[in-house]
Design a protein around this ligand. Structure first.
Ligand SMILES: Nc1ncnc2c1ncn2[C@@H]1O[C@H](COP(=O)(O)OP(=O)(O)OP(=O)(O)O)[C@@H](O)[C@H]1O
Ligand SMILES: [Mg+2]
Ligand SMILES: [Zn+2]
Length: 225
């Protein structure tokens, strides 16, 4: 940012929490500006003066993967540890390539797709959606499959994925929102039914914050604390 000729900040938050232009100008003026980036550049974070003590260690011995050559390292447990290095230096090769081997019980959380399916969402993965579907079925006296985009309720044009692929042959396929369902994944028959004023597609589009704001009778079906 400091070497940029011009800086544009979009925000102030993420997702529904805006997407507005909140700053444009020089770096010098951004420092101290009343925007999340401006404040982050001026406010000093307080760091741990006395680091926590690890509860144990995971040892990687003589790791050799890609460009990583005979690296041995002890990774502390129960504390926050950062692995740093320039792009391509071997961070992922070391950690992803060896941590699961030395510690098979470790749960690796990364940005990879959940279960590798484009159809899964946090709600389907956590099982929350099964509960929501049951409630829709009970309250509307329709089969639960009508409230699944992967089953009877799915848009026929995009098979419930909400997106259409345009295969360009020579280049990567381009994806666009399905024109028939506008990316909502459901067919009209499923959207005729509402519970507390919300269709199943409306429920799919709720953010967690919005879900917490919906009427109590609705929220009680969603098993989140
Ligand atoms: N599947 C692979 N097959 C062959 N070489 C690979 C593979 N994955 C990574 N490499 C090579 O190993 C080296 C280290 O890559 P790695 O992804 O571990 O680095 P990194 O530190 O995690 O980088 P980044 O910051 O970009 O995530 C790079 O030279 C990369 O090209
Ligand atoms: Mg990496
Ligand atoms: Zn569709």
């Amino acid at each position: 940012m400091a070497i940029a000729d011009e800086i544009i900040e979009i925000g102030p938050g993420a997702g529904r929490d805006r997407g507005n232009l909140i700053y444009q100008g020089s770096y010098a003026r951004l420092v101290g500006a009343d925007t999340p980036t401006g404040l982050a550049l001026t406010q000093t974070m307080s760091t741990e003066r006395i680091p926590r003590r690890p509860g144990g260690w995971l040892s990687i011995h003589g790791a050799n993967t890609h460009n990583v050559k005979d690296v041995s390292v002890d990774i502390p447990l129960g504390v926050l540890t950062a692995v740093s290095g320039v792009a391509g230096s071997g961070k992922s090769s070391l950690i992803h390539g060896h941590l699961p081997t030395v510690a098979p019980d470790v749960t690796l959380v990364d940005q990879g797709p959940i279960l590798g399916s484009r159809r899964s969402t946090p709600a389907s993965w956590t099982g929350m959606l099964d509960e929501i579907r049951r409630v829709f079925a009970k309250r509307t006296r329709q089969p639960a499959g009508l409230f699944s985009p992967n089953s009877d309720g799915g848009c026929r044009a995009c098979e419930g994925t909400g997106i259409t692929f345009i295969d360009l042959g020579f280049a990567d396929p381009v994806t666009t929102p399905c024109e028939t369902c506008q990316g909502r994944r459901f067919r009209p028959g499923a959207l005729r039914h509402t519970v507390d004023g919300l269709t199943i597609a409306d429920v799919f589009e709720l953010s967690v914050d919005q879900a917490l704001d919906v009427p109590d009778s609705f929220r009680s079906w969603i098993p989140i604390e």
